[in-house]
Design a protein around this ligand. Structure first.
Ligand code: FAD
Length: 362
């Protein structure tokens, strides 16, 4: 039975472990420095909103296309997973359209006639008479919001149900991971799901990976009805606006920023004020029109999106004699692409197992 170590317990590692375990026929250990329940600047997944706002261009849309049906099913049929259905409202500002939407940070999200109109349920263009002031156009569709504080532990539970074992561990070099299987045997395959730390991990040291710093404010106020986001804001090029209410009492996330190459773990109070102002302007019902003073703050937070020049890395590579399947660099779409990417990881693991069996090594 092939032995697999999944290095990383963020949404990427956990989803891979689950999909591999569901297949059966593997002995799987998840090894990680940080696990669900931890909040740390080196651990991105707990900080995400998270919702589904398709970001890829059509040519790269496989990960998001393949993930959406799974997240939709979880939201509708598995309440204990911590997702609920919400309407996404995507708005293009007149001033951003005038500059060719160059400032918009998500490649595919703000495109006219986007590929995802065929994929996301209840897609509709917003009629001109419903658009807020200053908006050129926009669309709405059915999405989900994930309470990551519930969903990540739920993934751990699902993995455990299928026999996955969990171990804390810090590796300096990727090749150390293959000694960490709970079986005591050397792992045949290591799945590298180390997120932004892939740029610091020995044997990988991927210099294309960099943090895209996201600052958020979590509030008790409810954002009923819809999750707005817009193509830009007047405050700064690396600041954005989005609002989403998490399922199961997880509070409402106000975002945010997309600050490339910033490792700063500390919430900036000036940015926090700007985030709250933009959120209340876009969704006045948050405070019944009473402004940011009426926001009830749960906490401020910062997470580092694992961005990568050239996009996500999902491929196999032999390092120091051990097969490694990489799955990192998901930037701001790690949840909404998680099952699509895990599906590819399963394919690559299968290829390796078949190849090694042919050579009678497994
Ligand atoms: P991580 O969650 O960082 O996990 C990495 C794991 O690897 C950890 O367990 C860590 O301990 C382990 N690790 C790393 N190095 C080592 C080592 N050397 N030894 C042992 N263990 C190691 N995505 C969406 O889809 N929708 C959203 O709405 C959304 N909103 C976001 C908002 C914010 C503010 C932020 C910051 C991100 C958002 N994202 C969103 C992006 C999403 O959170 C990330 O893409 C995703 O969490 C990346 O997950 P990961 O598992 O690859 O990395």
């Amino acid at each position: 039975m092939p032995t697999i170590v999944v290095l990383g317990a963020g949404v990427s590692g956990l989803t891979c472990a689950l999909e591999l375990a569901k297949q059966g026929g593997h002995e799987i250990t998840v090894v990680a420095k940080h696990m669900p329940g931890d909040y740390d600047i080196e651990y991105t997944s707990p900080w995400a909103g998270a919702n589904v706002l398709p970001m890829a261009l059509d040519k790269d849309s496989r990960w998001e296309r393949r993930t959406w049906p799974v997240l939709r099913r979880l939201a509708k049929e598995v309440p204990e997973a911590g997702l609920h259905v919400q309407t996404a409202r995507v708005l293009r500002r007149e001033k951003d359209v005038a500059t060719g939407l160059k400032a918009a940070l998500a490649d595919g999200l703000f495109q006219f006639d986007p590929w995802y109109k065929e994929v996301m349920d209840n897609f509709r263009e917003i009629p001109a008479n419903e658009l807020p002031k200053g908006m050129h156009s926009g669309c709405e569709f059915m999405s989900v919001c994930i309470n990551t504080a519930i969903y990540l532990p739920w993934l751990v539970g699902q993995c455990a149900k299928y026999g996955v074992q969990f171990k804390r561990g810090i590796v300096k070099h990727i090749s150390q991971a293959h000694n960490l299987s709970h079986t005591g045997k050397k792992a045949d395959i290591v799945v590298n799901a180390t997120g932004v730390l892939a740029c610091k991990l020995g044997g990988v040291m991927d210099k294309a990976v960099y943090p895209a710093r996201g600052q958020i404010v979590v509030v008790r106020n409810e954002a009923k009805g819809f999750m707005p986001t817009s193509s830009g804001c007047d405050d700064a090029d690396d600041e954005i606006m989005y609002v989403m209410q998490r399922a199961l009492g997880g509070g409402t996330i106000l975002g945010g920023t997309y600050m490339r190459h910033s490792w700063d773990p500390n919430p900036d109070p000036n940015i926090a004020v700007r985030i709250m102002k933009r959120a209340v302007e876009a969704h006045p019902e948050l405070t019944d029109g009473k402004g940011i003073e009426a926001l009830s703050i749960i906490r401020h937070g910062v997470g580092l999106r694992p961005a990568r020049e050239g996009g996500v890395r999902i491929e196999k590579e032999k390092i120091d004699g051990t097969w490694v399947v990489h799955n990192y660099g998901h930037a701001g779409w790690g949840y909404q692409g998680s099952y699509g990417c895990a599906e590819k990881v399963v394919e690559l693991v299968d290829e390796i197992v078949k190849q090694e069996k042919r050579q009678s090594k497994l």
